[in-house]
Ligand binder design. Sequence first.
Ligand code: DGY
Length: 428
Amino acid sequence: MTQKMPGRRAREILVRNDRGGYTVPNGRVYPFQWNWDSAFVSLGFAAFDLERAWRELLTLFDGQWEDGFLPHIIFWKDDAGYFPGPAVWGTGRTPQTSGITQPPVAASAVRDLWERGDRTVFREQLEELFPKLLAWHKWFARVRDPLGNGLALIVHPWESGRDNSPEWDAASSRIDTSRVGSYERRDTSHIDQSMRPTKLDYDRYVALVQYGRSLGWDHERIGRGSPFRVVDIGTTMILLRANRDLLALAEALGRDEEAAELRHNIARAEAGVAWLWNDRVGAYCSRDIISGESTSMVTGASFLSFYAGLRNEARDRRLLAHLERIASRTKYLLPSLDPAHPAFDSIRYWRGPVWAVINYLVGRGLLEAGHKLWGEKVRSDTHALIQQAGMYEYFCPLTGKGVGGDDFSWTAAIWLHWCADHELSRGA
Ligand code: DGY
């Protein structure tokens, strides 16, 4: 079934999911404000209401903690339809928030909004957001850079935004779930459980929430002692890119001191990523910091190095060879896991399905790096998936079927931001 007028439908979804200054990812499954979702959503709003686009990010940063930490959920209003709610997190903040973070896409979104508008009109918004973005990035450098080489540590699979990626399976086996107790999941009452994380995954997610809570959400201590500590390739690449975008904003505002610090952090991460390159596999892979082991898995996030601005001819050639191999086994790019991997599951969340937001980041990176054919293929596949199936949460890479929830804000946003002009150029 082909969707009629996806642009109009995408705008309707954003407007419907708008709760007044922030947008829920989806009214049923995710009824609050999520961190990286909001960054993508702002790009979608920018296609038709730039003022509202800035508002999304300003509201998100109203949930920031004094030390720069930006939570992954802000619970602006109560809603019993989600687990774990604010009482489980117990962060004791106003507004109520979770105690973990998510990939820092926000600075890149802000740069986008800034550069597309009349730069005099939104200067106030930029002036307000710049120090907040900087404080968050400094928090990563201070609390989540255990090797001091610019890479990003995560202490909960949800922090990666790619919740049940098989990358976290081995590291998660250290999590003790014996005292988790009983709880009621809400996600599986909205969505078929074959498309969601398993009960064991959830027990581990909850155990880590209980662990953070038991330490009063002291992030320094959690970063040193959590049973789950992985350097995530996705967060690392997104942070490197976000630092470059924040540097461009620092330069636009004439903040020389901050710009110098950002240049330093960028150079450190550019050298540091060598620790994540797995030469046997020929890809960047996440790495467990407790065991030192590379996950040795090629996931969608492995291809974010282009978006991060890394250029290395020999490595890029090997990554593109993986992309070509993966493309020959799937109908649509980019599956979240290499289909040759035994854990591949074409409909289970981050263990195989295609996600429009990752396609956007990877596709954009490939285009910027001059890999036009591959970048265009990722973009036209994203276009085809959304046009055929609708604004689904994710898509089966083998059939193109929409899976998870429908009417997803970030899928609608990617349509408006990245696919709609592609639609025009093809005369559709
Ligand atoms: C969930 O609840 O599934 C989210 O992805 C984590 O915030």
